[in-house]
Design a binder for this molecule. Structure first.
Ligand SMILES: [Zn+2]
Ligand SMILES: [Zn+2]
Length: 472
């Protein structure tokens, strides 16, 4: 069996885990590289021969896990793309938005180059278009949580709750003859991105409880070297940020991931308003067509919610009176001239695209305002530059003075921290023979690998780099 690490090995984004069995080849995730300065890698072929790959198993709908599916299909892949119903619905939305942003960016860049009289090194065009997304969507095949599904002779998969975003799963692939040359089944386990317990909306991540031996475990390590702030202080921090910004007449600018984080924040604000902790009069804007559509998908897929959220959303209907869900650009533009305090949530969550760049450009220079980051910002993204204190910071090609208060809300991460990752690993009844530590910057991946070696010194623990190939 051959394991190729085509992405998110030695870094966080661009998850693509390629496995070649006897006659069956599959990819777990087909994500986009999002680190600034690395975006060119997305133009490389995902694998050498996409038409030979039988299936893609999708852990969840984040762009760094699904973002290259349309290109992969355009390059010749024609097998099924398997995911939970919520993942597939959210993936379609995310890919359409991604294609739309790329199409717009290409036009914008072409205009800018023309204006500046510059000739770019290669023609500016989108990585894929909305029509490519539609072709990929036709290959979607839903998989229910916790139900084994045979996808080919000798290949079965089970998706289990990962508690990371709505629909997220960790995936077990069970291989038997003819795909393996042994009588015992061979089991591979892909963690995808693992969430944390006690988050709004989501059920807690499940553990792998089966007494089977996993031959190869892939485990994410985004926060493999750190312990996150406790999740129960999150609301207190946000209440303070909102109230002190409102008091000085400023606006809170929140870059949010349109999927999950935006809905999580709506759930949190609802709870705060119901409890009288923030004023119901402060207008809350969710300025992102994708986030608004994602919110609608969340309602459709509410059988994935935890109990508490069903209760909160019922009460919230009456409590939130000044909430504005903006889809059109016209609506969005009204925010440029708007006076007085407000909360503006917009995407992309790492500020590398989307309307948030306009809101940052308009508001980052005013010391009354606050830019509140809600979690991880990948190396090289605009969000990371701002967090690193780069000042002035370039937005849309223009230098912008940073005078707003810059804060990070701690504990709001959608990723398990080191202790939670180790807890998840340790819950696996039999130690996996080989563990690949992926989806982390080298420092994080190495730290987690070291901890796993302490727990399971008899096993092999590998921190692969993108491009590596393992055979066993
Ligand atoms: Zn994710
Ligand atoms: Zn990820």
């Amino acid at each position: 069996m051959e394991f190729q690490f085509c992405g998110a090995a030695g870094n966080v984004t661009g998850s693509k885990h390629y496995v070649v069995c006897n006659n069956y080849q599959f990819l777990v995730d087909c994500g986009m590289v999002q680190e600034r300065g690395k975006a060119d890698e997305n133009w490389n072929p995902v694998v050498e021969n996409p038409s030979q790959v039988d299936a893609v198993f999708l852990t969840h709908a984040h762009l760094d896990h699904c973002g290259l599916l349309p290109k992969f299909v355009a390059d010749g892949f024609h097998g099924y793309i398997y995911g939970t119903p919520a993942t597939l619905e959210l993936t379609k939305l995310i890919l359409l938005d991604s294609a739309h942003i790329q199409e717009e960016d290409a036009i914008y860049k072409q205009k800018r180059h023309a204006k500046e009289g510059r000739v770019p090194p290669r023609p500016v065009r989108p990585l894929y278009r909305q029509s490519d997304v539609e072709r990929a969507v036709r290959l979607f095949y839903p998989i229910q949580y916790s139900k084994p599904k045979k996808v080919a002779p000798g290949v079965e998969v089970i998706f289990r709750e990962a508690g990371h975003i709505l629909g997220s799963a960790f995936i077990e692939v069970i291989l038997t003859k003819p795909e393996v040359d042994q009588d015992e089944p061979r089991r591979l386990l892909f963690s995808g991105d693992l969430g944390r317990a006690n988050r709004p909306i989501l059920r807690d991540p499940e553990y792998y409880r089966e007494p089977n031996e996993i031959s190869n475990l892939y485990i994410e390590s985004t926060y493999g070297d750190r312990i996150s702030a406790p999740i129960d202080t999150v609301d207190d921090q946000i209440v303070e940020i909102v109230n002190r910004t409102v008091e000085r007449g400023g606006k809170v600018i929140m870059p949010v991931f349109a999927v999950e984080r935006a809905q999580e924040m709506l759930a949190r604000f609802a709870k705060m308003i119901v409890a009288g902790r923030i004023s119901a009069e402060t207008p809350i804007y969710l300025d992102s067509p994708m986030a608004v559509e994602a919110t609608q998908i969340f309602y459709r897929q509410r059988d994935c919610f935890d109990e508490e959220t069903i209760e909160t959303s019922r009460k919230a209907k009456d409590a939130i009176t000044n909430l504005h869900l903006f889809k059109t650009q016209q609506e969005s533009r009204t925010l440029n001239e708007m006076k007085g305090p407000a909360i503006i949530m917009s995407s992309a969550g790492m500020c590398n695209a989307g309307r948030i760049k306009h809101h940052l450009a308009n508001h980052i220079g005013n010391p009354k305002n606050t830019v509140a980051f809600l979690g991880y910002q990948a190396e090289g993204t605009l969000g990371r530059l701002i967090l690193n204190g780069v000042n002035p910071v370039r937005i849309h090609g223009q230098p912008r003075q940073v005078r707003a208060e810059i804060v990070v809300v701690k504990g709001i991460s959608g990723h398990a921290d080191q202790a939670e990752l180790l807890q998840w690993y340790s819950a696996i009844p039999r130690r996996p023979k080989t563990t690949f530590v992926v989806h982390g910057e080298p420092k994080a991946a190495n730290a987690l690998a070291e901890k796993i070696r302490e727990i399971a010194p008899e096993t092999s623990v590998v921190t692969p780099a993108t491009g590596d190939v393992y055979k066993d």
